[in-house]
Design a protein around this ligand. Structure first.
Ligand code: G6P
Length: 366
């Protein structure tokens, strides 16, 4: 398929900005009448699933890691997540009642495919979440769920990530529906929130200028630390991955609660700390972690909502205020500032945003 940059300077920018429309279309493929979740293809009855094993690489792995929080919290389903290259050689025991789920944009990642083959005669069912329906991973699965992101050209995955999250959240809601852990009304509410998301994402696009200004400062640093808790922890990992991939700035992410157990030793005024923290149930804990950073001269770039910004106060180095959304859909919204921050930092440094050095879009060899 021939795709162009649609007036943007880079494919990555185009792919970031098309997320509202792509997500809105993608969601439609998973909705039944009266806002229930309907999977394309064979149905999976999650009341008969005891355990989920999710395996992927790179950004797709962080989508799985986010989904672990959803499946556990919404559907009370035990989930194991792993990186494909570790999983495949560890020979993990797959117990009866396990559904194995593989997430891959390309559907051709060698380690993910090998992990899938390992599970074939061991798991009850092989499900994949892919962007390319005719890919090897899709073909070798019992059920392949398309994410409908359209062709993604930028090596750093953006719209495929949010579309993976979209399908995984729909799957978690389906699991909650089947297992009776959420009422039909609560499920309809959650779907209503997902329906509203593209509009909210569109409105959030004007944060682009604030994020570009923040990125200009980030582009001068050698190391950047990302912090998040709960659903924002996998997001912090994804933010750090995006930044290092395309700007070549060393970035790492920690669960905010682990700060004391190591990374706090790195804090000084030269290391910006990006804190991803909407005002959710864990916000107060994150604020105290942030204060520990600031007390040591650390510069905090806080990505939050209006209520969070008010509590965090004026001592924060820079604050980016996002729209308020319900906690469960926050990863889909907060992916946007993580992507834009990386994008503008790389653009400020003048690196090859769409084709970063040493990286490939699809890693089909081990
Ligand atoms: C490569 C790409 C990443 C991607 C990862 C997994 O490293 O550069 O953007 O997340 O592979 O790819 P997949 O196609 O399996 O999602």
């Amino acid at each position: 398929t021939q795709v162009d940059k649609g007036g943007y300077k880079h494919f990555m920018a185009k792919e970031i900005f098309e997320q509202p429309s792509v997500l809105s279309n993608a969601l439609g493929h998973y909705l039944g009448e009266d806002d229930t979740v309907v999977l394309p293809g064979d149905n999976v009855d999650f009341s008969k699933v005891d355990r989920l094993t999710m395996v992927a690489c790179g950004t797709a792995y962080y989508a799985c890691f986010t989904a672990k929080y959803w499946f556990e919290k919404l559907a009370r389903l035990p989930v194991e997540v792993d990186i494909a290259s570790e999983f495949r050689y560890r020979e993990p025991p797959i117990v009866k009642g396990t559904t194995a789920l593989f997430v891959s944009q390309s559907g051709e990642t060698a380690d993910t495919l090998a992990a899938l083959r390992y599970c074939k005669d061991k798991a009850d069912r092989i499900v994949s979440v892919v962007n390319v329906p005719e890919s090897s991973i899709a073909r070798e699965s019992d059920l392949a769920l398309p994410i409908h992101a359209g062709v993604e050209v930028g090596v750093a995955s953006t719209k495929a990530f949010t579309c993976q999250l979209n399908v995984l959240l729909m799957l978690a809601l389906k699991a909650a529906q089947d297992r009776g852990t959420m009422t039909p009304d609560a499920i309809r509410d959650a779907i209503g929130q997902l329906r509203a998301l593209p509009g909210i994402l569109n409105a959030a696009m004007d944060r682009d200028r604030t994020l570009a200004a923040a990125a200009l400062k980030l582009s001068e640093s050698r190391d950047v630390l990302f912090l998040g808790r709960g659903l924002m922890y996998p997001l912090a990992l994804e933010g750090a991955l995006k930044l290092k991939e395309i700007s070549y700035i060393h970035a790492e992410a920690y669960a905010s609660g682990e700060l004391k157990h190591g990374p706090i030793a790195l804090i000084d005024k030269t290391v910006p700390v990006v804190v991803m923290a909407p005002k959710d149930s864990l916000f107060d804990k994150t604020v105290s972690n942030m204060q520990e950073v600031m007390a040591r001269g650390g510069k905090v770039l806080l990505i939050t909502d209006a209520a969070g910004a008010e509590i965090a106060g004026p001592d924060v180095w820079q604050t980016v205020i996002m729209p308020k959304v319900p906690e469960i859909i926050s990863p889909l919204l907060y992916a946007l500032p993580a992507q834009l921050l990386a994008y503008h930092t790389a653009a400020a440094k003048g690196t090859d945003v769409d084709q970063p050095r040493n990286l490939a879009k699809s890693v089909t060899v081990e």
